[in-house]
Design a protein around this ligand. Structure first.
Ligand SMILES: [Zn+2]
Length: 243
């Protein structure tokens, strides 16, 4: 099963970029947690470098990556520039191969559809010709594809207006998630019977077919239904027929 590490930039005593009332560490965390939720709908294993507002050193992040040994490490960031006109998405990938390019361009394309203009996909080298960014340089030899997404500039008024809304952050997370799903060819997770029943009952309720499904929903949520129970099967089948 593919393993994805979501490295959420900054945190704790390191706020990252700050402008227009936005704090980078906060929006990075929101996007990262949403990204995790989307990916968990697919057959993959997901780990985050942080799920709360904690400080992590470069060495700690690299250690997490090396211990987990993911197929893909995606670092979630947002940008800042002195020139407040600078705007749009950037994705940084490793210099040594072009395979991350496809993922980088796909993410930027999806973000553009969501209203965040494409700026550039690029690599940056240090003085000895290795990747400049440590989350790429220090883990790529571990058989891991590594990219960094910069989902817009907090310093630009138009970008900041988008980044202030949960609606955009949700779409940003979706854009990254579906690019990863395509890139790693992840398959949808098979739902358990309880999950299928839960979805089916919610659908029947929406259509006004079931009036008081509360007890069914409570049972489904609590995982109390017996597998193969006739009524459960009937409800799941009936809801499918409606599609
Ligand atoms: Zn950052």
């Amino acid at each position: 099963m593919s393993k994805v590490l979501i490295d959420i930039g900054h945190g704790g005593s390191d706020p990252g970029a700050q402008a227009n009332g936005l704090v980078e560490k906060v929006i990075n965390l929101k996007v990262g947690l949403l990204l995790k939720d989307y990916l968990l709908g697919f057959e993959c294993d997901v780990k985050l470098t942080r799920e709360t507002d904690i400080t992590l050193t470069a060495d700690q992040r690299v250690a997490i990556a090396k211990a987990y040994n993911p197929d893909l490490c995606i670092s979630v960031h947002h940008n800042a520039a002195e020139d407040i006109k600078a705007r749009g998405s950037e994705v940084i990938h490793a210099h040594y191969d072009d395979y991350d390019d496809k993922l980088a361009l796909d993410i930027m394309q999806r973000l553009a559809v969501a209203g965040m203009p494409k700026r550039r996909a690029f690599t940056k080298l240090n003085s000895i010709g290795s990747d400049w960014y440590y989350m790429i340089r220090r883990i790529w030899d571990n058989d891991t594809d590594a990219i960094i997404t910069e989902g817009g500039f907090v310093t630009n008024a138009a970008d900041a207006a988008l980044l202030k809304t949960d609606a955009f952050l949700t779409v940003e997370a979706q854009a990254i998630a579906y690019s990863i799903v395509d890139y790693l060819k992840l398959r949808l997770k098979k739902l358990t019977e309880e999950q299928q029943l839960y979805i089916a009952i919610a659908k029947l309720k929406d259509r006004g077919i079931m009036n008081s499904p509360a007890h069914w929903l409570e049972n489904a949520k609590a995982g109390k239904l017996i597998r193969g129970e006739f009524a459960s099967q009937l409800i799941i089948k009936f809801a499918k027929e409606l599609e």
